[in-house]
Design a protein around this ligand. Structure first.
Ligand code: SAH
Length: 508
């Protein structure tokens, strides 16, 4: 058969801003598409979900470049379909709420190209929810109208007397340029000037801003606050519920940007926690973990001889992972650890073991070597043997102290090296004061951060607050000439974020 493969176009709503609002179906299609056609209101993080081979085509407006016209976009979609491509046409919010999805669907239909719609969470409902405004409420709004604020011919196409008489909620999209005219029209047609009104900028995003006033004062209040597109204009009693229904822009880290300097692989849980607390997290990895190839044979030999050891100590998740990699290579599993006294430094290390069905016997409360030695010493006699797979860069204190008690086999199985692959211009961001907190979770992150920033730009660190995970890291920071603005009381990521949270609350 020689029939060409038929393409398919998905008209996909990306939701109103928060990347977590993308639907599962939208994500699945983005992850497998041949081409991704997107515009300005689409969250950047979605682009990274597409396969590397995917052709990404921007069709929105951008400074000093004209957007593609709607018919050009229609033609592009038709062409992609004719080429046999599976393409995602990604839009902000929902494709059929002022998204011109209908026009694109009709063009595809007429050209005989199969298409499907994947709805998204529209700004009208989802975005307003993030501003603490329910679009309806049993007591004060039993309907809502979604109205274009793009006033063709001065708004003649809209029935202002009807809009002004509504007992429900009015939401205007694309209306920021005409805010004064919109309010003026409603007032002229007799709407109560005291009706609550709001402007919601970039709803559900870290840069969300909300101005509330009344219908009579909203235009002036919005102007004074410097509000501009993209924003929703809401008129109706539901606006007054915001004080009780806010949940997003009153989170502890709302409006705060964190720089996360951990390795790429370790950063994600930290990023997650910061976002959960309402902050923005930018990953700027300063370190990378590299297994020491020569050490793997020695680790393998140690595993073959595990029976000779009585203690096994893990000091990091990396150590646990590499150890288990070697176990797996030998066709073994956690049962090989039976009979050993297992120690884990840090909650994350303990969790990594627990995931593998091993509950460590000893978990020092605090993440420092001294405490480990104190806790382990009573458990170790001269006849014991300790296996300590760990980082090449680790302090020798633990090994030295334990070696006084019994033979210790220390295996440097990985090393922490500087991560130079990154596309973030930290100096520029610091110069523009776009970063509020720089987090350091180890002395190496501090050291390599300083190296990457460079001596001549080092003063820029002062434009943000530095947050240290604990005394060792703080010591290194001070040696580098960095101020330690905040230090965690508990030497964990949660402790670090708690300290930042206290600072953030105090500085409001
Ligand atoms: N299809 C989109 C709307 C597209 S029209 C949806 O379903 O939400 C573009 C207008 O939508 C903008 O001018 C603005 O008024 C509004 N809008 C979209 N996303 C927004 C957001 N996150 N915050 C505020 N307004 C938004």
């Amino acid at each position: 058969m020689n029939e060409a493969k038929k393409g398919k176009i998905y008209l996909v709503g990306g939701g109103c801003g928060d990347p977590g609002l993308l639907t599962l179906r939208a994500k699945a299609k983005i992850e497998t598409c041949d081409a991704l056609v997107y515009d300005a209101l689409v969250n950047e993080s979605f682009l990274a979900m597409a396969p590397e081979s995917c052709e990404k085509i921007y069709v929105g407006k951008r400074a000093n470049r004209h957007a593609l016209s709607q018919w050009q976009i229609n033609a592009l979609l038709v062409e992609l379909g004719q080429q046999g491509k599976t393409a995602v046409r990604l839009k902000g919010g929902d494709p059929y709420v002022f998204g011109r999805g209908g026009e694109e669907g009709i063009a595809l239909h007429q050209a005989g190209i199969p298409f499907e719609v994947i709805p998204g969470i529209p700004s009208v409902t989802g975005g307003l929810a993030y501003a603490g405004i329910p679009v309806t409420h049993r007591d004060c709004a039993s309907s809502f109208q979604v109205v274009t604020g793009h006033l063709k011919d001065g708004g003649e196409a809209l029935d202002w007397p009807v809009l002004a008489q509504t007992k429900g909620t009015l939401v205007f999209l694309m209306g920021m340029k005409n805010l004064a005219a919109i309010a003026g029209n409603l007032l002229r047609e007799g709407m109560d000037p005291a009706t609550p009104a709001a402007v919601v900028y970039r709803a559900s995003q870290p840069s969300q801003r909300v101005v509330t006033a009344t219908l009579a004062t909203i235009a002036e209040a919005s102007r004074q606050a410097g509000m501009h597109a993209p924003a929703l204009i809401v008129v109706g009693k539901v606006v007054a519920l915001r004080d009780e229904l806010r949940f997003f822009d009153n989170k502890p880290f709302f409006g705060k940007t964190f720089l996360v300097t951990r390795s790429r692989t370790q950063a994600s849980s930290t990023v997650e926690k910061i976002r959960e607390l309402g902050g923005e997290a930018i990953v700027y990895p300063t370190i990378r973990i590299r297994p020491v190839p020569e050490a793997m044979d020695r680790l393998g030999e140690a595993i073959d001889a595990l029976g000779h050891y009585s203690h096994l100590i893990f000091t990091s998740v990396n150590g646990v992972e590499l150890f288990y990699d070697q176990l797996a290579v030998r066709g073994q599993d956690s049962r090989a650890l039976a009979g050993l006294t297992i120690t884990a430094i840090g909650k994350a290390t303990a969790a990594a073991l627990e995931e593998r069905g091993v509950v460590p016997d000893v978990v020092p409360k605090r993440y420092i070597g001294e405490e480990l030695v104190d806790k382990l010493s009573p458990l170790i006699g001269a006849g014991d043997r300790v296996l300590l797979p760990r980082s090449k860069n680790a302090r020798s204190l633990v090994a030295d102290e334990l070696a006084r008690l019994c033979p210790v086999t220390e295996l440097p199985i990985y090393e922490t090296i500087r991560e130079d692959r990154t596309d973030i211009d930290v100096a520029a961001m610091l110069a523009k004061r776009e970063i509020d907190y720089i987090t350091f979770t180890s002395s190496t992150t501090a050291k390599y951060f300083a190296e990457k920033l460079g001596a001549d730009r080092f003063d820029l660190v002062q434009n943000a607050k530095t947050v240290s995970i604990g005394p060792q890291t703080s010591k290194q920071m001070r040696e580098l000439g960095m101020a330690v603005d905040i230090e965690a009381a508990a030497y964990t990521i949660d402790g670090l974020l708690a300290a930042a949270e206290a600072d953030s609350a105090a500085s409001v």
